[in-house]
Design a binder for this molecule. Structure first.
Ligand SMILES: [Zn+2]
Ligand SMILES: [Zn+2]
Length: 302
């Protein structure tokens, strides 16, 4: 709730004219409670979980070229019914765990001091905070995820998330309810340490989920903009973790690759990549010598 009654009053308090974004924010949020603004996350998460994975579902069913060439595990295909079941289970968890968790966690947001007023943070400030949130989440998630791969944690909790050895976007939030609660901690830590504006918080929750859907998409497109992010793991990186499954002691990190590199948990993945690269080079050389048309498949996890 913004403590000014009019745009003029807000402008006088700031000692300058409001920017276009600030005027929009004032118009939208002035009469709304902070709790109601916080609860927007429920709607955002519902829309993201429902809509963002849809293009890949379409590709998975229609197998349109050239997109289909970038399927990471082309031998595993899910039917529409299987994907719909995944979505239905995610929605079940959304309405019984994720949504209620958002509803009751507002006091923690109040406690850490998420702001809803004016002035709005600059784009630079928002970007810097989001980067910090991603780094903190990645590091904390790495260790919790690694811990969940011990015998008890895997069998009792994390096994559910690994039901999809070749993941699809809808499988990103597909997990045991306890895992959803536990992994809420890394997402919350960043904003708790570096509290920002509600808009930054919305963006953080949305981008983190979109990133998770991207890394579970099952497709590794060369034109994906995330390829330009230094140390970004991406779909192929996390796909390997799902492919190996319960025995996986590789690629635990959720966003970047450096934790696995530092702690030596990407050795299996790097070894496999090297082997595949060598195989590809050998077949390309043999192909040139034979003048044949054998095409090496770009399967990362077969
Ligand atoms: Zn795992
Ligand atoms: Zn996963």
């Amino acid at each position: 709730m913004i403590p000014y009654h009019s745009l003029q009053e807000a402008s006088a308090a700031l000692g300058r004219n409001l920017t276009f974004a600030e005027t929009m924010w004032f118009t939208y949020s002035a009469q709304k409670s902070d709790y109601f603004l916080y609860c927007h996350n429920i709607l955002f998460l519902f829309l993201i979980f429902s809509l963002v994975p849809l293009p890949i579902v379409f590709l998975e069913i229609r197998r349109i070229l050239p997109f289909d060439n970038y399927k990471i595990q082309p031998k595993i295909r899910l039917s529409f019914n299987e994907m719909f079941k995944c979505y239905r289970d995610v929605m079940h968890m959304f309405f019984f765990v994720v949504g209620p968790l958002q509803l009751v966690s507002y006091p923690s947001i109040q406690m850490i001091g998420i702001k809803t007023g004016l002035p709005l943070p600059s784009l630079w400030e928002i970007s810097a905070q989001l980067l910090v949130y991603f780094l903190i989440e990645d590091y904390t998630n790495y260790w919790i995820h690694r811990l969940l791969h011990n015998k008890w944690g895997y069998e009792k909790i994390h096994r559910v998330h690994h039901e999809y050895p070749a993941p699809i976007g809808y499988a990103a939030p597909y997990a045991h309810w306890a895992e959803i609660l536990i992994l809420g901690i890394p997402s919350f830590l960043g904003p708790a340490i570096v509290p920002g504006h509600m808009i930054t918080f919305w963006l953080w929750i949305a981008l983190r989920q979109i990133e998770a859907i991207d890394t579970h998409s099952g497709y590794d497109f060369p034109w994906n903009v995330t390829r330009f992010i230094p140390f970004y793991g991406g779909a192929e990186y996390h796909d390997y973790h799902h492919y190996v499954g319960g025995q996986s002691h590789s690629n635990f990190a959720s966003v970047f690759t450096y934790c696995d590199y530092i702690y030596g948990t990407d050795k299996g993945y790097r070894y496999q990549k090297k082997q595949l690269r060598m195989l590809k080079e050998e077949s390309t050389n043999g192909n040139k010598q034979n003048g044949g048309s054998f095409k090496t498949q770009n399967h990362k996890a077969e």
